[in-house]
Design a protein around this ligand. Structure first.
Ligand SMILES: Cc1cc2nc3c(=O)[nH]c(=O)nc-3n(C[C@H](O)[C@H](O)[C@H](O)COP(=O)(O)OP(=O)(O)OC[C@H]3O[C@@H](n4cnc5c(N)ncnc54)[C@H](O)[C@@H]3O)c2cc1C
Length: 265
């Protein structure tokens, strides 16, 4: 049997490609319409965008503006279930060092989220990296089994790619489509641990839903780590929208997100 490659590991990284902004066009609108909006100096762009969008629904500016802070205004929107206003605040993240098993769960979220993921059909995965489950990091025998089986899978991938490249493309198939077919055949050996990268665009409403259903799944370390990493970014940009979530640390030092009364303090 040929010597098998050592599986290379990848680790989670989150890059924020874009954040909500709130530009000077709003001043033009207020001037054009002769509207006076008392703005909360503490509010951040994402929060102002949400507040303005909510106020526009009722034209609650000028004399009709209540003395609420931006935070109180947004909390009231959420409490009343007027969550659609949160959809105007949008972030784009690049996640890397995450497993295909994780992204399979992530892309089940359909509403208010968009995805662009590294293709295993166009991209040759001969040098794929893998994401080791945290549970194996503390068990040398488990980690050894994991590495051994991945090595064989990766070697199998390379052998299948090499073997199929020796054969002639079926008639009618372009070179590009034949490459796709080869990668598709070979990737059938790749496991859930295969590392991938994905661009995720999500609005604040969808993010709140994701954090609430995914942030505290105790048996899913990778999901909790990603949820916590996203939370840290969005709560910094829009505390009024996300500060009912609290990040806590489990005994194994991994993060968990709790909400409101569920939080331990
Ligand atoms: C703990 C846990 C265990 C899970 N286990 C499994 C499993 O064993 N097998 C499995 O297949 N999946 C499983 N899932 C995935 C789950 O079923 C959802 O597909 C995934 O969490 C996306 O959630 P969502 O549909 O609420 O989110 P989104 O698709 O983002 O939707 C957001 C919200 O929009 C509304 N909405 C979206 N689509 C519709 C619709 N068609 N009709 C009406 N309202 C809609 C709902 O209110 C929904 O909550 C699990 C998820 C969790 C959190």
């Amino acid at each position: 049997m040929p010597s098998v490659p050592d599986p290379k590991k990848d680790t989670l990284a989150v890059y924020v490609l874009s954040r909500p902004s709130f530009g000077e066009e709003i001043d033009r609108f207020l001037r054009d319409q002769d509207i006076a909006w008392r703005r909360d100096q503490q509010a951040r762009p994402a929060e102002e965008l949400i507040e303005f969008s909510g106020r526009l629904c009722y034209l609650s500016f000028g004399a009709r503006q209540s003395p609420r802070t931006n935070e109180a205004y947004i909390r009231n929107l959420i409490e009343k279930g007027h969550d659609s206003v949160l959809e105007h605040a949008v972030w784009t993240f690049l996640l890397s060092g995450i497993s295909r098993g994780f992204t399979h769960q992530l892309v089940r979220h359909r509403v208010g989220v968009s995805f662009s993921q590294l293709s295993q059909q166009y991209h040759d995965e001969s040098d794929a990296k893998f994401v080791m489950p945290a549970e194996l990091g503390t068990i040398p025998t488990g980690a050894a089994t994991w590495s051994r089986v991945l090595s064989v899978a990766l070697q199998g991938y390379r052998e299948i790619v090499a073997a199929l490249r020796q054969t002639k493309a079926p008639s009618g198939l372009s070179a590009v489509e034949w490459q796709r077919a080869i990668h598709s055949a070979a990737r059938s050996l790749l496991p859930n641990a295969t590392a991938t990268a994905i661009v995720v665009t999500a609005n604040a409403r969808a993010l709140r839903h994701f954090l609430s259903v995914r942030g505290d799944i105790l048996g899913d370390d990778e999901m909790r780590r990603v949820a916590a990493a996203l939370f840290r970014e969005v709560v910094r940009d829009a505390p009024a929208v996300f500060s009912d979530f609290v990040e806590e640390t489990l005994p194994d030092r991994s993060p968990v997100l709790r909400r409101g009364k569920e939080a331990s303090k």
